[in-house]
Design a protein around this ligand. Sequence first.
Ligand code: 4AD
Ligand code: MG
Length: 441
Amino acid sequence: PEAQKFKIGQSYGHVGQRVKLYGWIHRLRANKKVVFVVLRDGTGFIQCVMSGDLAAAQQTAELTLESSVALYGRVAKVPEGKSAPGGVELVVDYYEVIGVAPSGDDSFTNRIAEGADPSLLLDQRHLALRGETISAVMKVRAALLRAVRRVYEEEQLVEVTPPCMVQTQVEGGSTLFKLDYYGEEAYLTQSSQLYLETCLAALGDVYCVQESFRAEKSHTRRHLSEYTHIEAELCFLSFDELLAHIEKLLVNAVQYVLEDPVAGPLVRQLNPGFQAPKGPFMRLEYKDAIQWLNDHDIKNEQGEPFKFGDDIAEAAERKMTDTIGVPILLIRFPVEIKSFYMKRCQDDPRVTESVDVLMPTVGEITGGSMRIEGTEELMQGFKREGIDPKAYYWFIDQRKYGTCPHGGYGLGTERILAWLCNRFTVRDCSLYPRFSGRCKP
Ligand code: 4AD
Ligand code: MG
């Protein structure tokens, strides 16, 4: 009978039918009589059985790991008690080889040997992507971006695409990537926040999903030089409303990922103990966090007890978050350790209406704040940070022409994924990670 072409994921529902499946040979096990192949096409995996003449032909070699093939055969239910993807297998009656992959020294398994040096695996990332874990994380990543966009759609935010090449900084001059822009100095953007702010009076609440760039020289498990930054900016709202919005985004987006028929099972497989966050999250003021750290004998960067105004560095932050063990909204950071644009708290001008969302295992996944509304105060912020306001005329105009209370935040996509998929480092959560010393493939 004619074979109908299917993607592997679709074929599970066609028991009894003769089908044609294209894909790559993911696993291969052969003896003289039978060949077992696991075929992969991105939509799923299927176990395929070849026997008789087909198995004999295989001994002549052109079926190798990672060869691309078309397999024809009947979809059969696997017997009770035997596990197989989709609960089916393909009884192959014919095959075509499309691209033979090498065997021997240059074979796939030799190129990405399990347990190889991580930097070798990164050199071979284009092949390593084909592995089950990395491809699973990439599928969860796609579902996460879809889920975030769905929440924004529900909340009626408008998506915009700000430029990556800019002439202003957002998060400090020390991590700027400079570039020669037709003879002028320009940078790769650190954050699209300032551009989002300018959109409020035109489009209302807005968001973007854009690459951000940070020249972070330190090698940590949660810093990349390029990462996918989900940012939103909202107008006519209070700090409490901003916090509630962030909570809702995280809770709902994670819920949508877990409900996704592809990504949900992958998250549970990668991270069996994962607890979906429920609002409201714990609120912890910076000053109380400092107290908590001192009570638990955790020291600052100088190895001394924390004092007001100290940065809470990665290790201390993670220790605290892991010990507390639930999502935390860390709020009201001192002016001096935050960026020039942050609004001060009315009841205590030493601190800002700022928030970091901390998740167990990763720490900070989101940073946000309310923004300064007045030109005068903004100028003081520039002065404090030693920034020449000239290049920011357009950002200042936002205050001049009908300012409004507003605030926003940025989420690190790879950090959320590290938390969701239980990865040790954000490098595992980027398609082709960029960090100092690595710009290939
Ligand atoms: O805390 P950050 O620096 O805040 C901003 O950029 C704000 N302007 C965002 C805004 O309000 N629109 O960065 C926001 C988030 C962090 O919480 C973290 O998750 C992620 O971006 N992030 C990084 N992720 C990977 N590698 C890096 N080097 C990162 N730097 C920040
Ligand atoms: Mg931050």
